[in-house]
Design a binder for this molecule. Structure first.
Ligand SMILES: [Ca+2]
Ligand SMILES: [Ca+2]
Ligand SMILES: [Ca+2]
Length: 186
């Protein structure tokens, strides 16, 4: 039986300019002492447990913009796990000022470049990058790595928009839903 702890961070909005089960059967003559104990998987992201499903922040982005943030992830349970990350996103065109090419379908996901790190500590180096690419290239859940019982690790997200990007992102917005899943190690 798989045990999952899943947390969803909803609504990172970016605007363009403008069971596990342990079974110990103790087979004795008297057949006393059989017991089954269920361990726990308890994922804590950024110190919030449970994580609010409406964490939301907004930022204004533009060609040449970049930002980064990092936060802890903790397995507060008793079973070793592996941590997975999935992302879904929605582009919106927002306003379409005169200089913006049409059709304006919302193109920010094609220009927002992201690097995701997974580290034992708060220093992050190139060898700890678990995914990088444009948001539009995201192709499904990725494995971040092991998260043993009681352990805390750190995720860093770097995001940037190249300075060569032009008017096609004016007023565009991007809503990103992020899901962390902690799965029992098998
Ligand atoms: Ca590190
Ligand atoms: Ca656009
Ligand atoms: Ca637009």
């Amino acid at each position: 039986m798989k045990m999952l702890a899943s947390l969803v961070l909803v609504g990172i909005v970016l605007f363009g300019i403008g069971a596990g089960t342990w079974a110990y059967f103790d087979d004795t003559e008297t057949s006393n002492g059989n017991y089954i104990a269920a361990g726990t998987l308890d994922l804590v992201v950024a110190g919030e447990n449970p994580l609010s499903s409406n964490v939301e922040y907004s930022d204004y982005v533009y060609p040449g913009w970049s930002d980064s943030t990092y936060f802890p992830v903790e397995n507060a349970g008793t079973i070793d796990g592996k941590l997975y990350l999935d992302v879904s996103y929605t582009d919106s065109p927002g306003e379409t000022p005169e200089p913006e090419p049409t059709p304006d379908n919302g193109e920010l996901s094609q220009y927002l470049y992201v690097k995701i790190y997974y580290s034992d500590d708060t220093t992050f180096d190139a060898g700890e990058i678990v995914w990088e690419g444009y948001v539009s290239e995201w192709s499904g859940e990725i494995e971040l790595g092991d998260l043993p019982a009681g352990a805390t690790k750190y995720i860093k997200v770097e995001a940037s928009i190249d300075g060569s990007v032009g008017n096609e992102i004016q007023g565009d917005s991007l809503t990103v839903d992020v899901t962390f899943t902690l799965e029992q190690n098998t």
